[in-house]
Design a protein around this ligand. Structure first.
Ligand code: NAP
Length: 282
């Protein structure tokens, strides 16, 4: 069984981004710039934003943080997005989700210039991905594909199962796999007989948000498993720990290759955000 090391792959991606940024600067061009918009005081969002800003600094990308109060009016948030759209010194714009209830996330995302939409959530970028056209791809599924490619240089004809149909992970993941000529099934909460669907897949991408939903005994022997889930659970010793959507201990005995949680998909998401920011600047 091969353990797919997301930390190591993410480090390679970051190093490549840092090299490209340095080459740009040596050419006399300004560093790529990412504007991060953080609304309110959700502690998890603060941690995500801090990690993104830190990763930018480590690779030479300039970042600017725009913090707005949790009771900010939607109009004010939209005005900020419009200002960032018009700012020639800003290449990428990221609005950290979730937003407080008075701000409609769809409206805010649709306000971002698709050419600066480094999260890839704008309908223009989602549509381009669905049509197989180039554009910004959401960072988590882009990272998953990158990890899959470390195991399978060619995914053509592979039976792939994506569990989850969210706009952030499941749907774009399925579109990426179709573009790689895999045969793709998308499972969700209304799917019948999930174990049978898992059992025929060469590749399983689990993006559900249910701790250890996928059992090792469901897997086809030798399958490649990408576990997107990040679930905080309390272990038998009373300590909090992170587990994925796949029961790692069981799956590791059956799978051909598998991502751990943590240290699998997680580190890839920010690495792909840095790549998207570089692309926006180019
Ligand atoms: P989400 O928006 O809640 O979507 C979950 C999907 O799972 C939905 O499509 C849902 O089906 C499906 N589902 C729920 N219960 C199911 C079941 N019993 N069987 C089959 N499908 C089921 O979640 P998300 O944003 O895609 O995130 C999924 C997981 O990935 C979470 O644990 C999240 O924390 C993690 N995540 C990790 C990263 C990272 O950087 N590693 C990034 C993003 C998310 P319906 O559509 O029918 O409701």
């Amino acid at each position: 069984m091969q353990l797919i090391d997301g930390k190591a792959v993410a480090a390679e991606v970051r190093a490549e981004v840092a090299r490209t940024v340095a080459a740009r600067r040596a050419d006399g061009r300004r560093p790529p710039a990412l504007a991060v918009v953080l609304v309110g005081d959700d502690p998890a969002s603060h941690v995500y934003v801090r990690n993104k800003v830190k990763a930018c600094a480590e690779t030479g990308i300039r970042s600017e943080e725009h913090r707005l109060a949790s009771d900010v009016a939607e109009a004010e948030l939209l005005a900020l997005v419009h200002r960032l759209n018009a700012d020639p010194e800003v290449d990428g714009i990221l609005v950290q989700l979730p937003l407080p209830p008075q701000c409609d996330a769809t409206r805010v995302i649709e306000a971002i210039d698709p050419a600066k939409d480094v999260d890839g959530f704008h309908p223009v970028n989602a549509g381009r991905l669905a049509l197989g056209l180039p554009g910004f791809v959401p960072c988590t599924p882009a990272g998953c594909l990158r990890l899959l490619k470390t195991v399978h240089a060619d995914l053509a004809g592979a039976e792939a199962l994506v569990i989850g149909r969210s706009t952030i992970v499941g749907r774009p993941m399925a579109a990426l796999l179709v573009a790689e000529s895999a045969t793709v099934t998308i499972a969700h909460s209304r799917s019948r007989d999930l174990p049978a669907l898992v059992g025929r897949a060469d590749i399983v991408v689990a993006a559900v948000g249910r701790p250890e939903l996928v059992r090792g005994g469901w897997l086809k022997p030798g399958a490649t498993v990408i576990d997107v889930g990040i679930n905080r659970v309390t272990g038998p010793d009373g300590r909090a720990r992170l587990v994925g959507d796949v029961c790692f201990a069981e799956a590791a005995a059956v799978a051909g290759a598998i991502t751990p949680v943590p240290g699998g998909v997680g580190p890839m998401t920010i690495a792909c955000l840095l790549e998207n920011t570089l692309k926006a600047a180019a």
